[in-house]
Design a protein around this ligand. Structure first.
Ligand SMILES: Nc1ncnc2c1ncn2[C@@H]1O[C@H](COP(=O)(O)OP(=O)(O)OP(=O)(O)O)[C@@H](O)[C@H]1O
Length: 300
């Protein structure tokens, strides 16, 4: 968990959990939820449709900086859809249409003129299955910075007098160290990344994401394909990363959400955000009976 300096009060809000009076009372109870520190991301009145399918309904919540926010809920309730809205990855899905507002550092990301490459550099993403490039470990890390024009290496760079090889080496070291994998693979940086174990590949993918200096890291079930030892390494890493980054993680694993997150948002069937609060509150004393049933495994 992060130890952010108190800076300001930010408030998380809910709008639609309207399946009767009980939900209305629950909403009033938690809609005042406030956290210490600044909101890194502020989501208001977000609706997402895939064609006629209304996948997310009127979701509003603020996500605090330098902390871990877990998104939990049964399959199909819209967690991944919500996550993809935070860096406009849903723009790549033809059938998707989005209404509402998402602000990153108070700047609307759903407005004309937003540079999506820059946005996705600031808000990086790590997926469920590790997906390293079939290249060397070193090239996996330098690929992004090179693509963004932050690094020039190789023959052409030498010929044009802009050879950033030394900077590249430092970057590779820094990113792998941050992703807690440097010691394991420092002697085989030129080996193909596909030869790493699943857990190592996932940490490499996290290092690749860190190499372009994001502020926010979105993770969609980052450990679900890994064994318990590799999972535990990813969990430790997520907690460490939250000291410097804002991490939003989708997980089906309740214990994992309880262990690693500072706040938890519970989505339930129908694409509604039902409750959002400190993780301890969600797991020990939620307002909603349905949330209690879900986190205690009575349904889902
Ligand atoms: N690319 C897509 N095209 C059409 N419908 C989609 C697409 N992606 C998701 N959906 C639909 O949107 C709804 C929410 O899906 P989403 O994947 O966001 O849920 P989820 O909570 O992340 O599920 P899971 O836990 O199984 O990954 C589902 O009804 C799903 O079928």
């Amino acid at each position: 968990m992060s130890e952010t300096e108190p800076q300001a009060e930010s408030t998380a809000r809910s709008s639609a959990t309207t399946t009767g009076e009980t939900d209305e009372r629950i909403r009033e109870e938690w809609s005042d939820y406030s956290f210490t520190g600044e909101a890194k991301l502020s989501v208001s009145d977000l609706d997402v449709y895939y064609g006629d399918d209304h996948a997310l309904k009127d979701v509003s919540m603020d996500i605090p900086e330098e902390s871990v926010t877990a998104l939990i809920g049964p399959s199909g309730c819209g967690k991944s859809t919500f996550l993809r809205c935070l860096n406009r990855m849903n723009d790549r899905i033809k059938a998707a249409s989005i209404d509402g507002s998402v602000k990153l550092d108070d700047e609307e990301i759903y407005q004309d003129g937003v540079d999506l490459v820059e946005l996705r550099k600031s808000v990086g993403m790590v997926f469920q299955a590790p997906n390293p490039f079939p290249k060397s470990i070193r090239d996996n890390i330098t690929y992004g910075p090179r693509k963004h024009g932050d690094l020039d290496t190789g023959l052409l760079a030498r010929l044009t007098g802009r050879d950033d090889s030394e900077t590249a080496d430092e970057l590779v070291h820094r990113a792998l160290e941050q992703a807690a994998i440097w010691d394991e693979i420092k002697d085989r940086l030129d080996d193909n990344a596909m030869g790493l174990s699943g857990g190592q590949q996932q940490r490499l993918c996290i290092a690749r994401c860190l190499a372009v200096d994001p502020d926010v890291i979105l993770m969609d079930e980052p450990a679900s394909a890994l064994d318990p030892v590799a999972t535990s390494k990813i969990e430790d890493l997520i907690e460490d990363l939250a000291e410097d980054y804002t991490v939003v993680v989708v997980t089906h694993n309740m214990q994992q959400a309880a262990r690693i997150s500072d706040q938890t948002a519970v989505f339930l069937t129908g694409g509604k955000l039902v409750e959002y609060d400190d993780t301890d509150k969600i797991f020990e004393n939620p307002e909603s009976q349905r949330v209690e049933d879900y986190v205690t495994g009575k349904f889902g």
